[in-house]
Design a binder for this molecule. Structure first.
Ligand code: NAP
Ligand code: MG
Length: 479
């Protein structure tokens, strides 16, 4: 597939390409261009011009075009979901469900509220000498918004940036992950088909280290909305700092799941399976550390293993499959090494963990202690369940907060007063009581404390984040 620059399909200037493989069987799927610096600069220049045209269209027109986009996405959902399943190895039915959720809930949600973002006025007469002045505060788009997207859930993560960005009059330069660029190219092209100003939508492919860096350093980029690892996020902030580019960062996590001695252990085990095996554990807000009261740690471990034995592992197109492989074999080897490292530090592998190609079985590790890397900052992007037994709630909270991440978290506890106080004490952007931390409601602000991010995403907040406020003063206008 080719890139899209200024609404036209484009190869790279030097014709170099990058192969895209299916992680299930290593079959070559397609190739995408490796953009040169000239290609990236051209895409940003196009987006800069396109933004001037697109932002002059009335809001109701932009909203109508984006409603047309919903129709096109729905019409092409089988094609998009197939591309995603092949390049990423995620169950097909889950990709369809994700697109349906965008079509029915997420995109219409943004479009509903974007017509109801109101400006403000200051009160005339509040200060001596300004009695006859009138001030309005309006919101304007930022300009070119660059979105840099990870491999793990590209469609969802991209659309919750692209829809609000375009709705309020920004333009886009998109950089997909090199492991999963195909479905992204398809869904970006549908914006042009729907009627968005062609120059306002651009997608460039190639490595993050080169293409991502050139985007980050470009002075015509007004904002970078990034989802990915903390390490890369920090690099983007550094590379864009010379231009004081706004950076919105949705980064990594090592979410704690605290289970108290009065918890419903059956529910906790079911939620652990659902939350940690979804997308084979490759989810930012997946429950990644199980901090369990010592009196129920064994019961939880046994029930979790029973739940995992029912997991249907298979190929993405298999009907009823619950979990497939990781994004590539390298990622699975990395997870295998992280399990081994934790065992070397003293944990016991009580279930699973075997690897075959890019596939890795869910792995349960017991006897994990607070000083091990997995209990603090070692994010495992795979279905791995480290279980840390604790004496009391206070120790559980201390361990939860010992991580420099703070994205989401969960607490299982029947006493709501106790659960609420634990939720209050954990330093994260989200806490879920009696379900897992991978809980998404498109309305609510989502984002991290500490090294898990800067800014929030969600229907309540993103339209504000993608606009800037301007105060216009009418001097001596009032009688
Ligand atoms: P990643 O390695 O950080 O890559 C993310 C994107 O950044 C890719 O498009 C990558 O391109 C690009 N990139 C790499 N180096 C870059 C640079 N120097 N400058 C600009 N862009 C660069 O993340 P990943 O492995 O794809 O995804 C997993 C991580 O994302 C995990 O840490 C996970 O927790 C996090 N995540 C967070 C959220 C959230 O909402 N907070 C959601 C999902 C995932 P290439 O593919 O070409 O390297
Ligand atoms: Mg990566």
């Amino acid at each position: 597939m080719k890139m899209t620059i200024g609404g036209k399909k484009a190869e790279s200037k030097d014709k170099r390409t990058l192969d895209v493989f299916c992680p299930v069987d290593n079959q070559l799927l397609d190739a995408v261009p490796i953009a040169t610096k000239e290609d990236v600069d051209e895409a940003v220049r196009m987006a800069w011009h396109g933004q001037k045209i697109w932002s002059k269209q009335p809001l109701h027109y932009r909203v109508d075009v984006l409603h047309k986009y919903i129709e096109l996405l729905d019409e092409h959902k089988e094609e998009v979901a197939t591309l995603m399943s092949l390049e990423q190895g995620r169950p097909y039915w889950q990709n369809i469900a994700n697109i349906d959720n965008n079509v029915k809930n997420i995109i219409p949600g943004y479009l509903d509220v974007c017509k109801h973002q109101y400006g403000r006025t200051t009160l005339p007469g509040a200060y001596a000498g300004k009695e006859k002045d009138f001030q309005v505060v309006v919101r304007e788009p930022l300009g070119v918004v660059a979105t840099i997207i990870p491999f793990n859930s590209p469609i969802n993560l991209f659309l919750k940036k692209a829809i609000p960005a375009l709705a309020v009059g920004n333009s886009l330069v998109v950089k997909p992950a090199s492991d999963a660029p195909l479905a992204m190219i398809k869904i970006v092209d549908l914006f042009v088909e729907a009627g968005v100003t062609p120059e306002a939508v651009n997608i460039v492919t190639g490595s993050g280290a080169a293409v991502g860096k050139w985007i980050s350093e470009n002075p015509k980029v007004a904002a970078i909305s990034f989802t990915g690892s903390t390490e890369v996020g920090a690099e983007i902030v550094k590379n864009s700092s010379r231009n004081l580019t706004r950076c919105f960062m949705e980064l990594g996590g090592n979410d704690a799941c605290i289970i108290t001695d009065d918890a419903d252990i059956n529910l906790a085990a079911k939620a652990a399976k659902a939350g940690r095996t979804a997308n084979a554990g490759q989810i930012c807000a997946s429950p990644k550390r199980y901090i369990v009261h010592k009196n129920v740690a064994e019961e939880f471990t046994l029930k979790l293993v029973d739940e995992l034995k029912t997991l249907k592992i298979g190929a993405p197109m298999d009907p009823g499959v619950e979990m497939c492989c990781l994004i590539n074999e390298k990622a699975a080897i990395n997870a295998e090494n992280q399990i081994k490292h934790t065992v070397d530090q003293g944990a016991v592998l009580v279930y699973g963990g075997k690897r075959r190609g890019a596939y890795i079985e869910p792995a349960v590790l017991s006897g994990v202690t607070k000083n091990m890397d997995i209990a603090k900052d070692m994010e495992v992007f795979a279905p791995v369940f480290p279980i840390i037994a604790v004496e009391d709630d206070s120790e559980a909270i201390d361990i939860a907060n010992s991580s420099s991440y703070g994205l989401s978290g969960a607490v299982f506890c029947r006493d709501f007063k106790r659960a609420f106080n634990i939720a209050n004490a954990v330093e994260t952007g989200q806490m879920v009581i009696n379900w897992h931390s991978y809980y998404l409601n498109p309305d609510a602000p989502f984002g991290g404390y500490k090294k898990s991010g800067l800014g929030r995403e969600g229907i309540m907040v993103t339209l504000d984040e993608f606009t800037q406020q301007k105060t216009i003063t009418l001097k001596d206008i009032l009688f």
